[in-house]
Design a protein around this ligand. Structure first.
Ligand code: ZN
Length: 83
């Protein structure tokens, strides 16, 4: 199966895969959807930001810095494997 599309929605993504043999398409989400409670990672992020008294700008800055730290850690690990 090949990844043919990614649809980002806040903190999660839906990945669309397509089979090379039969063209069957399958969507896989990066987070579990819970229809009974209508709970999502996006709602969790917003609820948590409200609970700690920050808004959208601060939440964006926080996650941007976390992603940068994660990328730096991955780059460091990759360089360790090379050496
Ligand atoms: Zn197939």
């Amino acid at each position: 199966m090949n990844l043919v599309n990614e649809i980002r929605s806040g903190f999660y993504s839906d990945f669309l895969f397509k089979c090379k043999m039969c063209n069957l398409e399958k969507k896989i989400s990066s987070t579990k959807f819970v229809p009974d409670s209508n709970w999502s990672i996006n709602k969790a992020a917003v609820s948590s930001s409200i609970a700690i008294g920050i808004g959208y700008t601060q939440l964006s800055e926080l996650f941007l810095s976390l992603i940068i730290m994660l990328l730096l850690k991955l780059k460091h690990r990759m360089q360790q494997k090379i050496l």
